[in-house]
Design a protein around this ligand. Structure first.
Ligand SMILES: CC/C=C\C/C=C\C/C=C\C/C=C\C/C=C\C/C=C\CCC(=O)SCCNC(=O)CCNC(=O)[C@H](O)C(C)(C)COP(=O)(O)OP(=O)(O)OC[C@H]1O[C@@H](n2cnc3c(N)ncnc32)[C@H](O)[C@@H]1OP(=O)(O)O
Ligand SMILES: CCCCCCCC/C=C\CCCCCCCC(=O)OC[C@@H](O)COP(=O)(O)O
Length: 377
């Protein structure tokens, strides 16, 4: 292991990341809270400010992927659609295959300039996640309880609010609704069988209602669906903790742009369309497994410096006063103050590690583990 690699795996390096993330995150949350009165005066300005504040947080995790771990992201797409990315609103349908799939999504958002504004249909539990969940509240992220009787109204209402959104955004949907595990795959393939649908090898059966309600409510707002299929080279299974340890991966994303007008309006037709899309995604994954790449040409879209600059600015702002304080504490020689500093460091480390734990599949929900197939299918 080289010296740099060794440095990246050290507790102190992680502690710096955690401290900067947690301290800046709480400051950003506080600033977002202060924008509340502004929403009454100018919704447009409040949204624009919140987009930039959210960028300050989410770009820090992108920095960990792009600059700290050096992970590379290759985009496979039709070059003729390339100028549209980042310049229109879109619904991104991404396979939920990895603990860092959301982060790869964020990286592409960053590269195409829509990181601050991009959104997701997220499970309700994430609303309460400190920093990220609180930030999402101000970003108008759409939450669902994964209970259709409740979601059908709330999700539609939240989507309608996005009609006058002042900046371009991508709206991410993990149609599988949960992350892939062998058990969930087995259950969902039983459902597929009961519905007379072909089995999928690499994906869980997609949940169609969220897709339908999103497409219907974003008609006129979003121009296209981006069908995104993600995989990692050499059968690697990345985790956020490994990224923090500086482990480098190579992500490949296959992106097809499908104009929204091509998607059927009726619920049943839309559901059938999505099932067909997932069958195609499955065939792309098969191609990747056989050949080590997706079909079609690649385009190179390099990382931008802004996320790194943002992180360095926060680090300077937060580490300098902390350094001064630590010097004072140590020179004061007070055992109590030194103990307090150690406790704060441990709290930052445990807090950061706990947040990373939220991305780990083995701590995931039991949603999709034991669902009863619908009677009428
Ligand atoms: C250039 C690059 C371009 C793009 C880059 C890509 C992306 C970047 C874009 C943006 C990034 C922005 C932010 C990302 C940051 C972080 C995100 C991180 C995480 C958040 C993600 C989540 O939280 S995922 C979980 C929440 N989301 C979802 O669940 C969405 C999908 N779900 C649905 O749509 C559901 O339908 C629902 C939630 C709306 C409602 O769920 P419910 O369970 O109540 O109803 P269902 O309809 O799903 O269930 C009943 C029907 O399902 C059948 N059934 C039963 N069991 C199963 C089973 N095991 N599998 C499949 N189907 C099952 C059942 O038979 C019923 O069938 P019907 O025929 O009656 O419908
Ligand atoms: C710069 C480094 C800073 C270090 C600290 C970083 C801490 C960052 C921590 C968390 C960022 C969390 C972002 C979103 C979390 C995404 C979680 C997720 O992927 O949800 C899974 C959900 O779809 C389905 O859930 P289940 O599979 O049903 O359960």
């Amino acid at each position: 292991m080289g010296l740099i690699q060794l440095l990246k795996s050290q507790f102190l390096s992680h502690l710096i990341f955690y401290y900067v993330f947690l301290a800046s995150g709480l400051i950003v949350n506080l600033l977002q809270f202060c924008t509340l009165p502004l929403w009454l005066v100018s919704k447009k300005l409040a949204r624009k400010i919140n987009i930039r504040l959210c960028y300050c947080i989410s770009s820090q995790i992108v920095v960990a992927l792009e600059w700290w771990s050096g992970t590379e992201c290759t985009l496979y797409t039709d070059p003729k659609n390339y100028p549209l990315y980042g310049n229109e609103n879109a619904i991104a349908v991404l396979n939920h295959c990895s603990e860092i799939d959301f982060l790869c999504g964020w990286t592409f958002c960053e590269r195409f300039g829509v990181l601050g504004s991009s959104k997701v249909l997220a499970k309700h539990e994430l609303r309460y996640l400190p920093i990220i969940g609180w930030m999402w509240y101000f970003l108008e992220i759409v939450f669902c309880k994964r209970k259709w009787e409740e979601d059908r109204r709330t999700v539609a209402e939240s989507l309608q609010n996005l009609h006058d959104y002042p900046e371009n955004f991508w709206f991410l949907l993990f149609c599988e609704g949960t992350r892939f595990t062998p058990k969930k795959h087995e259950v969902s393939m039983q459902v597929a069988e009961s519905k007379g649908l072909p089995k999928l090898k690499y994906h869980l059966l997609p949940r169609t209602k969220g897709f339908w309600v999103t497409v219907q409510n974003l008609r006129g707002t979003a121009a296209a669906v981006y069908d995104c299929t993600l995989n990692f080279r050499n059968k690697q299974v990345p985790s956020l903790l490994d990224i923090l340890n500086g482990k480098k991966y190579h992500a490949d994303l296959y992106l097809r742009r499908i104009p929204l007008e091509l998607i059927p309006e009726g619920e049943a037709e839309c559901a059938a369309w999505l099932h067909k899309l997932y069958q195609e995604k499955d065939s792309f994954q098969e191609h990747y497994t056989q050949k080590g790449c997706f079909p079609g040409p690649t385009v190179t879209h390099p990382r931008r410096p802004w996320a790194l600059i943002n992180w360095i600015l926060w680090a300077c702002m937060l580490l300098y006063p902390l350094g001064l304080l630590l010097v004072q504490l140590v020179s004061s020689g007070s055992i109590l103050t030194i103990l307090v500093s150690v406790t704060v460091a441990c709290a930052a480390s445990l807090g950061g590690r706990w947040m990373i734990g939220q991305t780990e599949t083995n701590r995931g929900s039991s949603y999709g583990n034991k669902e009863v197939p619908s009677k009428n299918n």
